[in-house]
Design a protein around this ligand. Structure first.
Ligand code: SF4
Ligand code: SF4
Length: 339
C-alpha cells in the first residue's frame, strides 16, 4: 500500500494551512526561477510550483539548496511540475511580431514580469512571460499575440521525476479522455503529491463536477496504488494577482471551492484536499474560512511575485517570509474567533 510520504505537508493539508507558492507554469527565465525558489524556501512554502523543464528544475533546486544552506532548520519544499493537457491559460506565451512592432515602448510598464525593457533598444525576453495577458491591451499596433503550448509528453515528465521532482500538477481541460491517457502513462513510483487544477474560465459548474469525478476515478481506481493523497486546485481568475488591485479577485476560486466541497455531500475521501488558486493573496485563506469554505490551503503566485520582483534579494526574502507567516497566522486567528 502506498501512503503519503511527506508528513509535514500532510500535516499542513490537514491543519488547513498548506501553502503552495507558484513560480509559474510558463516562466522559463532561470535566474528568476532560482530567485523565487530561494525566497519561497525561506518563506516555508510546502510546495514550490514551476514550469516542467529540466533547466527550470535545476534552477529551482539551486535556489532551494542555497536557502537550506543559509538556514538548515528549514524544511525542503517539494518541487511541483505543472503541466497541461489541452489548452490552459497558464500555458501560453506572448509572441512579438517584430514586423509590426514600432518600438513605441507602450507595453513596457504593463508587464508584471518585466519581460519588455530597453537594453539599449526595445527588447522582449519571452522566457519571462507567464501569460497574464496584461500587455495585449497596451499595444496600439497589434504586435503582440498569444501562442498556446502543446500538451506535455508524459515520457518527458517521467524523466523529470527521475531528476528529483516528486510532485506534479495537471491542468485539465474538458478533454477528459486525453487526461486519462496522459495520467495512465505517468510513473507514480516516487511521487509524493499529485495535484489537479480545474476551473478558471474554462469550465462551467457541470464540467467542474465531471472533472472531479474523472480525477477521483483515475486516482483511486489505479491498480497497485492505494490511499494516495491528492490536491484538487480550484482555479479562479488565473494570474490575476499582479494585474488587478481589486482585493476580492480571489472570490471566483473560493466560490469554485465551495461548489466542489458541497458536491461531495460529506463523502469526500479523507486524503483528497481542496486548495484555491487564481487572484489569491495573503488574506485569501482567512477569507475563505470566514466564508465557511473549508479549504485545505492556498496557492499564491503572481500577487507575491509582483511584490518582490524588483526588490534586492534579501529584502525579497524577508518580504516573502513575513507575508506567508501572516497568511498562516491570520488563518489561525480567524479560525479561533469563529470558534
Ligand atoms: S504582460 Fe503578461 S502576457 Fe504580456 S509579456 Fe508580460 S507576463 Fe507575458
Ligand atoms: S506596445 Fe507594441 S509596438 Fe509598442 S513596443 Fe510594445 S510591442 Fe512594440
Amino acid at each position: 500500500m502506498k501512503t503519503y510520504k511527506n508528513s509535514s505537508i500532510f500535516k499542513s493539508l490537514n491543519e488547513q494551512n498548506y501553502h503552495k507558492l507558484i513560480i509559474g507554469a510558463s516562466l522559463k527565465d532561470l535566474e528568476s526561477i532560482e530567485f523565487y525558489a530561494y525566497c519561497f524556501t525561506h518563506a516555508k512554502a510546502n510546495v514550490i510550483d514551476i514550469s516542467a523543464f529540466p533547466h527550470s528544475l535545476i534552477s529551482a533546486q539551486s535556489g532551494i539548496e542555497t536557502a537550506l544552506a543559509e538556514d538548515p532548520s528549514l524544511e525542503k519544499p517539494l518541487i511541483m511540475l505543472s503541466v497541461n493537457v489541452g489548452q490552459d491559460p497558464h500555458f501560453r506565451r506572448i509572441e512579438l511580431d517584430t514586423n509590426l512592432c514600432t518600438e513605441c515602448e507602450a507595453c513596457i510598464p504593463s508587464c508584471p514580469s518585466n519581460a519588455f525593457f530597453m537594453s539599449p533598444s526595445f527588447t522582449y525576453n519571452e522566457d519571462l512571460c507567464f501569460g497574464c495577458s496584461n500587455c495585449l491591451d497596451y499595444c496600439p499596433y497589434e504586435a503582440l499575440e498569444f501562442k498556446d503550448w502543446d500538451a506535455y509528453n508524459a515520457d518527458e515528465l517521467n524523466r523529470l521525476f527521475k531528476m528529483g521532482a516528486r510532485a506534479f500538477e495537471i491542468h485539465l481541460n474538458k478533454d477528459f479522455d486525453a487526461f486519462r491517457e496522459f495520467y495512465r502513462k505517468l510513473d507514480l513510483e516516487h511521487i509524493d503529491l499529485e495535484s489537479f487544477s480545474i476551473g478558471s474560465e474554462l469550465m462551467n459548474q457541470q464540467e467542474l463536477l465531471q472533472a472531479k469525478e474523472v480525477i477521483l476515478e483515475e486516482v483511486y481506481q489505479r491498480p497497485g496504488v492505494e490511499n494516495r493523497s491528492i490536491v484538487i486546485q480550484t482555479d479562479g481568475v488565473p494570474q490575476s494577482g499582479a494585474r488587478f488591485s481589486d482585493q476580492h479577485k480571489d472570490l471566483k476560486s473560493i466560490e469554485n471551492a465551495r461548489f466542489l466541497i458541497n458536491s461531495f455531500e460529506n463523502l469526500k475521501p479523507d486524503n483528497c484536499f481542496i486548495q484555491i488558486a487564481g487572484g489569491v493573496n495573503h488574506e485569501s485563506l482567512s477569507k475563505a474560512k470566514s466564508m465557511n469554505v473549508n479549504i485545505n490551503g492556498v496557492a499564491i503566485g503572481s500577487w507575491l511575485r509582483n511584490k518582490i520582483i524588483d526588490l534586492p534579494r534579501q529584502e525579497a526574502r524577508e518580504f516573502s517570509i513575513k507575508t506567508i507567516k501572516k497568511s498562516r497566522t491570520q488563518n489561525v486567528k480567524n479560525f479561533t474567533k469563529r470558534g
